[in-house]
Each structure stands twice: as structure tokens, then as C-alpha cells.
Design a protein around this ligand. Structure first.
Ligand SMILES: [Zn+2]
Length: 361
């Protein structure tokens, strides 16, 4: 758990077992993935406690088993599930099933904003925001949340481009962290010629995973971005403004660039006239994408299976560590070669109270 707004506040704590109300499900947590958002919350950058609580339990990437469930649902007790992250407010988009396109910003997010996460023995969430995971995907199903973020970015990329006759051939992915890799695999499933760019030199596990999917790995320490030619799709995942600005120059006419990062304040010198003129004369589109719809999780389940079939074990090999909750600190201070670190919570449960990972956001 953390104290939101306080740097390095992540710690273990005891909390009461959550209680179930109508239309909710009690989840016995199996695995939780730690990502950049968790680290930023632990860094004090953001995060919000649930009402009435002075701590926030982290963990929005989760795989769990349904322990108990109330209300009508196609999910049963004993099912393996992944909960979606965001819960709606009362804006028109949220009311219409699009909390990921929220207009008011009063939504809540498990483990991030106003709702506890799942780095705990048990968690509670709304029954109709659960995605059923087939048993054969048990060891990689926890990747569904980051997959859903990539799925949404790509779903909107192709939806936007229905505006014209468009046959994309080349795609550029900026970044080779978990989200960059997952985006690479999904673009390869679509049959695109993909270049994935990152700072690390070739030969690393990240570069091997990129190449196992049939994409090209480009190290910016060996090759400059401006030698790569033009791309029909650019997916910006680094969250580095200078990289995003440089890559904008690589967008082909009629191309689309999707921003999936969060960008710290940065002032850059830029010929804005050229950027806007290129935008107009090339019918180019730049757009941002956050969170994911339930639809993106559902498409993600199908695509996780397809990725494993087409590029054997790339998802399994992305998971570089599975650690017990007691070792949680190593997830927040990963080794250089780590890609995705999971907390294994399936072993806890002997205590009368739940041991949880709090973040003081
Ligand atoms: Zn809303």
C-alpha cells in the first residue's frame, strides 16, 4: 500500500478482508503486474485514496479467481478473471459504456484513483467489469490489462483511418518496455512490417522478443531515427517528448500517430509552422489514447492466444520475474534486464487479516 503524494511510501500492511455488496464480486488474487504507473504513484506523482481510507492498495494489473459473486453475471464462482481498471462517473460517455472516453474525469480506477487495487489476498470489484480468462492462459492472463491499452490505441488508429482509402504497410513503435513489446506483437498479428525503436543495444531479451515476432529492432545508439524512412502508423509509447517530436517527422502522408505515453514537462525548440503544414498537406493525424474499454479487454483475450500461437512463448518470456509479496521492493527497483515483474499472491491466505501492498498516493 502507499500514501498518495508521498515519495517511496510503498509498504506492506494489514487490512480487513473487503466486504461484498450487491452486484460485486470477491476476488482471490493470484497475480499482480507492476508497471510504470505503480512506480509513478510510489514516486508521489499521483494517486488517490478511496473515500474513508488514508492509504491506497496498489495493483491494477491483476489475475484472480472469483471467490464469491453477487448479482446477474455470466461469470461464476471459481472462474479465472481479469478486472478492468476504470469505473464510470455519470458523464454521457461513461453512462454509455465508454468510461475510457470519460468527459468529466470523475471516474475511479482500481489501484490508482479512489479505489483500492488488487495487490492483496482478496479484492472487490463490480461483477460486470470482469473479463473471463480461459484456464490455458492462466500463466500469461495477467498481461491482459497492458494488452488492452495497446488494443485500444490500435482499435482507434484503424477506426480513425476509416475516413479514407488506406492500406498501411509500415509501422513504427517507439519504446520496447512491456507496452511497446505488446504493441509490436499486435501490429505483427495484423501483418504489418514493424520497426521497434529503443535505446538499448541489440542482443538484449527485449530485442530478441521483438525479432521473434518478425519485427525489426532498432537501437537508437546504433542507428538514427531519421534513417528509417516513413511510416503509415507510429505508436509512441516512450513518454519522452523529444522522441515523440523527432518521430512526428517520420509519418507518411495519410498516416496516423498514436500517443500512449505520459509526458513530463519539457520545453523543446520546434518549427511549429512546419509541423502544422505537414499535418495539413499530408492529411496526417495525431491522437492520444488512455485506458481501455471492456471491448479492448475482450479483443485482448483473443489476441493473447493468437500471439502465443504465432510467436511461441514471447509473452511468457516477457515475464522476467515472479516474486512473492514479501519481495515487493524488487518490483519497484527492477534490474536492467527486467521487462515485466509479477507479484505472486496465491500463496498468502493463512493470516486472519489480508496482507496488502499499499501506496501512499
Ligand atoms: Zn465519465
Amino acid at each position: 500500500m502507499v500514501k498518495p503524494g508521498e515519495k517511496d511510501s510503498v509498504h506492506l500492511g494489514d487490512v480487513p478482508r473487503p466486504t461484498l455488496s450487491s452486484s460485486q464480486a470477491l476476488l482471490k488474487i493470484r497475480k499482480v503486474g507492476i508497471d510504470g504507473t505503480d512506480m509513478e504513484i510510489n514516486n508521489g506523482s499521483y494517486g488517490e485514496c478511496p473515500t474513508g481510507s488514508d492509504y491506497l492498495i496498489l495493483g491494477h494489473e491483476c489475475l484472480a479467481v472469483v471467490e464469491d459473486i453477487e448479482g446477474p453475471s455470466d461469470i461464476q464462482k471459481g472462474d479465472l478473471v481479469v478486472p478492468t481498471v476504470r469505473r464510470p462517473d455519470n458523464c454521457p460517455n461513461c453512462v454509455d459504456g465508454e468510461p475510457d472516453m470519460c468527459l468529466k474525469g470523475e471516474y475511479k480506477e482500481h489501484g490508482i484513483k479512489g479505489l483500492h487495487g488488487f495487490a492483496s489476498e482478496f479484492g472487490v470489484t463490480d461483477s460486470n467489469f470482469l473479463i473471463k480468462i480461459p484456464q490455458d492462459l492462466e500463466d500469461i492472463g495477467v498481461l491482459l490489462e497492458p494488452v488492452s491499452v495497446a488494443e485500444k490505441g490500435l482499435f482507434h488508429t484503424f477506426k480513425i483511418q476509416e475516413r479514407l482509402k488506406w492500406s498501411p504497410r509500415r509501422a513504427l513503435v517507439l519504446g520496447s518496455g512491456p507496452l511497446g513489446l505488446l504493441t509490436t506483437f499486435l501490429l505483427r498479428l495484423k501483418g504489418l512490417e514493424v520497426s521497434t525503436v529503443a535505446r538499448g543495444v541489440k542482443g538484449s531479451l527485449k530485442s530478441q522478443l521483438v525479432e521473434r515476432s518478425g519485427a525489426e529492432y532498432v537501437s537508437t545508439s546504433e542507428k538514427s531515427l531519421n534513417t528509417l524512412g516513413l511510416f503509415d502508423i507510429i505508436m509512441e509509447v516512450t513518454g519522452v517528448s523529444s522522441v515523440a517530436v523527432d518521430a512526428q517527422q517520420l509519418l507518411n502522408a495519410n498516416g496516423v500517430m498514436c500517443f500512449l505515453g505520459v509526458y513530463p514537462p519539457r520545453t523543446v525548440s520546434l518549427d511549429v509552422g512546419k509541423v502544422y503544414t505537414d499535418l495539413v498537406l499530408g492529411n496526417r493525424t495525431y491522437f492520444g489514447s488512455v485506458n481501455a474499454n471492456k471491448r479492448d479487454f475482450e479483443i485482448g483475450v483473443r489476441d493473447i492466444r493468437q500471439i502465443e500461437k504465432s510467436f511461441p512463448a514471447v509473452l511468457r518470456d516477457m515475464i522476467t520475474k515472479v516474486i512473492p509479496l514479501s519481495d515487493f521492493k524488487s518490483a519497484f527497483y527492477p534490474d536492467k534486464g527486467d521487462i515485466k515483474i509479477l507479484l505472486d499472491l496465491s500463496a498468502i491466505g493463512k493470516e486472519t487479516k489480508d496482507t496488502v501492498l499499499e501506496d501512499s498516493i
